[in-house]
Design a protein around this ligand. Structure first.
Ligand SMILES: Cc1ncc(COP(=O)(O)O)c(C=O)c1O
Length: 445
């Protein structure tokens, strides 16, 4: 598989042209990568009007992912989520459907900001009792009953979630398609799923639109992401995908990130799948070793280790600090979880250090308590109305009964406790305290 973007930029850098164009570093600088950092000069194509090297590279990626169309984002899945919602909205407008989305509540905060920008209402599927806020099981049965009652422009789920829980995407897609509703999947954490021995990428399981943060699980630079359009996605999605992305994107995409996506293609077409299978097997062994030692874990995603360490006598934050002292940098922690992300590029020595460090931590008396649940709160107005209203920042202790206006009042990995437009009740205050939130913005009276 070729690398047209990398080839073009390398040739340009070696050609010694006088750079009478942006960026201002003119190809030299302290980072050592400046020579490869160009802008949309002649021959370099245009990211959201891709007809040359970028389109060729995107088509390579589409073939790898089995997509009808794959588009690059140099601004993460966040940009792709805004574009997915816009595409679903445009289709809804054409069909006379309401601007209303049905979504699993454990969504990344970008869903909230995108809904505010596009004035989309969200009906939520809330977590089951005991799931906390980060997990939200959406079964095909639940989805069927919701779609039978209301008309929606699309269904939106997050799979895998931050803790590595995977939804039954095939089952959910079947229900959506039976109702003529597109399925949008935030697959920010699951780009690699396509390359496992058993392909479990959402696109392969029937999603119509799907965003992948390439940078989270593939060997790509931070910011690199894909927007994938499914083979049988509704008609306007592929045709409008470029304008959808460009509506929200910078007009100066990073060519370092584009090269990173381009360079990933031959890697993914090569031995990445074998490396991934070996890594998944190694991660499964480590998971078992930790369980045999007394640790408990959650989630079924093969490349994530999500420890729930309270029964072992530690909070997630305790373990995070202890591993940090051993030179092990973790992905995420909160009182209940510690999330570790190995990957095919991690050397065996990394697994061994992690294993040794975790096994050296002695068990203690179990910490009692589980993450708080939040019963569905009262919705007072739309996310857009709340976020664009006059607002005041207050200590949370003064917020009982007020309406949230914050784009993000969530628990650590950017999952909402409350969405803007919802009333702050005692349960919500309890959750704010649990996750250490001290201040929030509320709608002015
Ligand atoms: C579930 C989920 N969706 C979307 C995003 C946004 O992805 P990106 O950072 O690539 O913009 C994140 C970021 O952590 C995430 O965890």
């Amino acid at each position: 598989m070729n690398t047209p973007i990398c080839d073009f930029v390398r040739q340009y850098a070696q050609g010694g042209a006088v750079r009478m164009h942006m960026p201002g570093h003119k190809g030299t600088g302290p980072l050592g990568v400046e020579a490869l950092d160009i802008t949309e000069i002649a021959g370099a194509d245009e990211l959201y009007h891709a007809r040359g090297i970028i389109r060729e590279s995107e088509d390579n990626a589409a073939a790898l992912f089995g997509a009808r169309r794959t588009l690059y984002s140099a601004e993460g899945s966040s940009l792709c989520i805004r574009a997915m919602l816009y595409l679903a909205l445009i289709r809804a407008r054409r069909l006379g459907l309401p601007a209303r989305l049905l979504a699993g509540r454990n969504a990344h905060k970008t869903l909230m900001t995108a809904s505010a920008l596009l004035d989309i209402d969200i009906d939520w599927i809330f977590p089951r009792p005991g799931e906390g806020l980060l997990r939200c099981t959406v079964s095909p049965q639940t989805l069927e009953s919701r779609l039978a009652r209301e008309r929606y422009m699309a269904v939106y789920i997050t799979s895998p979630d931050y803790l590595g829980n995977m939804a039954d995407v095939a089952g959910l897609a079947a229900v959506c398609h039976a109702h003529g509703v597109p399925l949008l999947v935030d697959n920010a954490h699951g780009a690699y799923l396509r390359f496992l021995p058993r392909d479990s990428h959402p696109l392969s399981l029937g999603a119509d639109l799907c965003c992948d943060s390439a940078h989270k699980t593939l060997p790509c630079l931070t910011g690199a992401a894909y927007l994938h359009i499914g083979q049988s996605a509704p008609e306007p999605f592929a045709a409008l995908a470029e304008p959808a992305l460009s509506l929200f994107a910078s007009t100066s995409p990073s060519y370092l990130i584009l090269q990173s996506l381009d360079a990933a293609n031959p890697c993914l077409a090569g031995d990445f799948g074998e490396r991934l299978a070996a890594c998944a097997a190694r991660t499964a062994i480590l998971r078992e070793t930790l369980q045999n030692h007394g640790y408990t874990l959650t989630g079924d995603e093969p490349m994530k280790l999500a420890l729930t360490p309270k029964p072992y006598g530690y909070t997630g934050d305790d373990l995070h600090a202890l591993l940090g002292q051993q030179g092990i940098a973790c992905e995420f922690s909160d009182p209940d979880h510690l999330v570790l992300m190995p990957g095919p590029m991690l050397p065996e020595a990394g697994y061994q250090r992690l294993e040794r460090a975790l096994l050296d931590i002695p068990p203690r008396a179990a910490i009692v308590g589980s993450p708080p649940d939040l019963p569905p709160p009262e919705r007072v107005c739309s996310i857009r109305q709340a976020m664009l209203s006059p607002q005041a920042a207050l200590p949370v202790s003064q917020c009982l009964g007020r309406v949230l206006a914050d784009a993000h009042m969530g628990c650590p990995p950017a999952v909402p406790i409350l969405a803007a437009g919802e009333r702050i009740n005692a349960d919500a205050l309890n959750c704010f305290a649990y996750y250490g939130r001290e201040e929030c913005r509320v709608m002015a009276p």
